[in-house]
Design a protein around this ligand. Structure first.
Ligand code: NAD
Length: 268
């Protein structure tokens, strides 16, 4: 049993699928006292929470929570705190992908993605901070992406939201660590989840279990910035340390995506 997660109470957003669901399952397997599962897709939330509640009776609580609604995220967080008086972890994970050519991006799309990928994380983070400050401990784990660390053509909107999540999380760590709070932000490459919609995940995608094991091991070490897998750490280093090499790669990717949109209507 892993002490860092044993008898702890967590709230997880985007908990009915993919990485969020994987986090819930692994937290329970590591001895969580309770996990509050927030999601907007009621059907999936009901199905998955019911399934997990059979395995972990009395420890799984579905909460309908649309992260674009501040009061619904506040409700999720405060229900987790009320369970037995402590809130140990908040995983602000709900989010969506967005890969489109610029001419297809409207301001409505911008606002929609910012509301979900950034403001959803802001509501969860700033909703949990006063509770965690008062109790003097707590760990907030936000979901970024490698696309928030390096520029990726055709993903400007997504990249902007994820970069904001990363820098917000890192800034808060230095501000609030003296009060017993910890922050982590994880930045995966591709993970095999429903985020890819009807198409199969890219061949380099890692499985959810592998991703979640890595995330939870690094969170336990209180790592602030968690980039994985190794190929993405290399990619990140190329961008920061060998910019000319990165430029060649990014221009090639842009050309490939441009051509794919022209001939197939999609980026891959
Ligand atoms: N899968 C990847 O390759 C990958 C890579 C980098 C980052 N991420 C990030 O991981 C996070 C989880 O994505 P995933 O791959 O598990 O996708 P997923 O589609 O499997 O799961 C996302 C979950 O979020 C929920 N959700 C969507 N809008 C919501 C809202 N307004 N309120 C509450 N819940 C909402 C969905 O219903 C779904 O259950 C996202 O933030 C995504 O950007 C994923």
């Amino acid at each position: 049993m892993n002490g860092y997660y044993e008898n702890k109470v967590s709230a997880v957003t985007g908990a009915a699928s993919g990485i969020g669901l994987g986090l819930v399952e692994h937290l329970l397997a590591k001895g969580a006292a309770a996990v509050f599962m927030g999601d907007v897709k009621e059907e999936n939330l009901t199905r998955e929470s019911k399934r997990l509640n059979e395995q972990y009776p009395g420890k799984v609580f579905p909460v309908f929570a649309d992260v674009t609604k501040q009061e619904q995220v506040a409700e999720l967080v405060s229900r987790a705190k009320a369970f037995e008086g402590h809130l140990d972890f908040v995983f602000n994970n709900a989010g969506m992908g967005m890969t489109l050519p610029t001419e297809k991006i409207t301001f409505e799309i911008w606002k929609f993605v910012v509301d979900l990928n950034l403001m959803g994380v802001v509501y969860g983070t700033y909703g949990a901070i006063p509770i965690m400050r008062e109790q003097g401990f707590g760990h907030i784990v936000n979901t970024g992406s490698i696309t928030g660390r390096v520029p990726v053509p055709y993903q400007a909107v997504y990249a902007a939201t994820k970069a904001a999540v990363i820098s917000m999380t890192e800034s808060l760590q230095y501000e609030l660590e003296t009060e017993g709070l910890n922050f982590s932000v994880f930045c995966p490459g591709n993970v095999a989840t429903a985020i890819f919609g009807d198409v199969p995940p890219p061949p380099d995608a890692v499985g959810v279990d592998e991703a979640v094991e890595h995330i939870l091991a690094e969170v336990e070490k209180k790592s602030l910035l968690i980039i994985f897998p190794q190929t993405m750490r290399d990619f990140d280093a190329t961008y920061r340390e060998r910019r000319e090499e990165f430029d060649v790669f990014a221009r090639k990717l842009a050309a490939e995506r441009r051509e794919n949109y022209r001939t197939k209507g999609t980026y891959f």
